[in-house]
Ligand binder design. Structure first.
Ligand SMILES: [Zn+2]
Ligand SMILES: [Zn+2]
Length: 167
């Protein structure tokens, strides 16, 4: 497993060290026992496709690796090592296709219980519960009583209600 230290990681580590230095000794000891990367929830998939899945990972790179492994069965390039830009093996191809998005809202959730309404609430897509349309943009979808509804399926009454909240 390779872990890429991104610029953001590096900044966070510097920040944590600075905070630790300013704290009394007992707290420093507690901080030292907390794993550096607690990780969180990411969704991984292909831009514009309906293949997004949920992963718990230490960072975006790990989340994409998990998704590629699930898809291809590989966690490394067929020629060995990490993903390569010019390689077209299954692993490298899929790694270049997948995108990830951090979903902090789901960190404390039971991931088996994420609903389609939850996906829409974090700005992702889900099929309309009334007409089954699954190509709507997130901005075309609303959640009514925990069900995903596209703008076309809104009753006149619902439409008015949303118009009121938007004003
Ligand atoms: Zn490769
Ligand atoms: Zn609909």
């Amino acid at each position: 497993m390779t872990k890429v230290v991104t610029r953001r990681d590096a900044l966070t580590l510097v920040g944590a060290a600075a905070v630790a230095a300013a704290l009394p000794v007992p707290v420093q000891q507690v901080l030292a026992n907390v794993p550096a990367a607690r990780g969180g929830v990411f969704v991984v998939g292909t831009e514009g496709e309906r293949d997004w899945q949920i992963f718990h990972a230490s960072d975006a790179h790990e989340a994409i690796l998990d998704a590629v492994e699930e898809w291809s069965g590989f966690r490394d390039c067929e020629e060995g090592g990490g993903p390569k830009v010019e390689c077209d093996c299954d692993f490298c191809y899929k790694f270049s296709q997948f995108d990830s998005q951090r979903v902090k809202e789901w960190d404390d959730r039971d991931l088996d219980k994420i609903t389609e309404a939850d996906w829409v609430r974090v700005g992702m897509c889900a099929p309309c519960s009334r007409c089954g349309w699954d190509e709507a943009y997130p901005s075309d979808l609303v959640v009514i009583e925990e069900k995903v509804v596209c703008w076309d399926c809104l009753t006149e009454q619902e439409n008015e209600a949303f118009d009121r909240t938007r004003c």
